[in-house]
Design a protein around this ligand. Structure first.
Ligand SMILES: Nc1nc2c(ncn2[C@@H]2O[C@H](COP(=O)(O)OP(=O)(O)OP(=O)(O)O)[C@@H](O)[C@H]2O)c(=O)[nH]1
Ligand SMILES: [Zn+2]
Length: 244
């Protein structure tokens, strides 16, 4: 009876209520409570709040990834419990997402994904912190960008720095999608490795929905390197008038 109470006490809904930011117990105490009850999930829902945006209305669902300590957030639009949910799993890119850098196309993709999800009437965007620079961090990425100014491509630059070409893990994203009740996705991405990673983590990907952004003079070389060296599906780069 007591152990049954403990089990239900640590279920996601209860944890969500416990983790309200106005609650005086911090994440560390709550993690300790869960540990004491032998519960060790990867991600835990912490808080849900309405997030009106210029694209439309979302719920921001905040998670704590207990393994890494990284805070994550999913933006949810409409009822996403079920199959075939339009989903974007977006790797953090401070320079592209926040500063509108044209070195990469991340900022354009973020906007387009949110727009597409609202147009669809339902969908999820999981915004993955810890993925900055394909997992090498912000300073690593800035150093890699510096090397690209000197002529290396995006893959060569990581290697020259002695860093992995792609160190991203999608386990937290898969757990977040499962927690939200998403049973299968239509994945907004041009990266077949992302699709395979989600599949490995138990998320059925029914379809890979292209998220092709018009290339710019500043990023055409970078995009071509992603296509040639990282297998991204970027067919629109074949004939871009005015861009060599
Ligand atoms: N190491 C490195 N990372 C970069 C560079 N430019 C952008 N990034 C990071 O690349 C990540 C996005 O990965 P991409 O390879 O652009 O795209 P993807 O997420 O794998 O695939 P899509 O789903 O099609 O967008 C973000 O975390 C960016 O910070 C770069 O020059 N070097
Ligand atoms: Zn970027």
């Amino acid at each position: 009876m007591v152990s049954e109470f403990c089990r239900s006490f640590t279920r996601a809904g209860t944890i969500a209520a416990m983790m309200d930011p106005e609650d005086s117990a911090g994440p560390d105490l709550r993690v300790a409570i869960n540990d004491a009850f032998g519960q060790r999930p990867g991600v835990e829902q912490v808080v849900t709040v309405r997030l009106p945006t210029t694209y439309g209305e979302f719920l921001a669902v905040g998670y704590l990834d207990r393994r890494s300590g990284i805070e994550q957030v999913a933006l949810v639009h409409g009822d996403v419990v079920g199959e075939s949910v339009l989903t974007r799993v977006h790797s953090e890119c401070l320079t592209g997402d926040a500063f509108a850098s044209t070195h990469c196309e991340c900022g354009d993709q973020l906007s387009e994904a949110l727009r597409a999800i609202v147009a669809e009437g339902r969908g999820v965007l999981v915004y993955l912190q810890g993925h900055e620079g394909r997992g090498i961090g912000l300073l690593g990425k800035l150093r890699a960008m510096k090397l690209q100014e000197g002529g290396l491509d995006t893959v060569e630059a990581n290697i020259a720095l002695g860093l992995p070409v792609d160190a991203r893990d999608y386990g937290a994203a898969a757990e977040i999608l499962q927690d939200l009740g998403v049973r299968s996705v239509r994945l907004l991405s041009n990266n077949p490795r992302k699709r395979e990673a989600l599949l490995r983590h138990g998320i059925p990907v029914e379809e890979q929905v292209p998220l092709l952004m018009p290339p710019r003079a500043e990023n055409i070389r970078y995009l071509r390197a992603k296509r040639e060296r990282l297998d991204h599906d970027l067919p629109h780069l074949d004939s871009v008038p005015g861009l060599s």
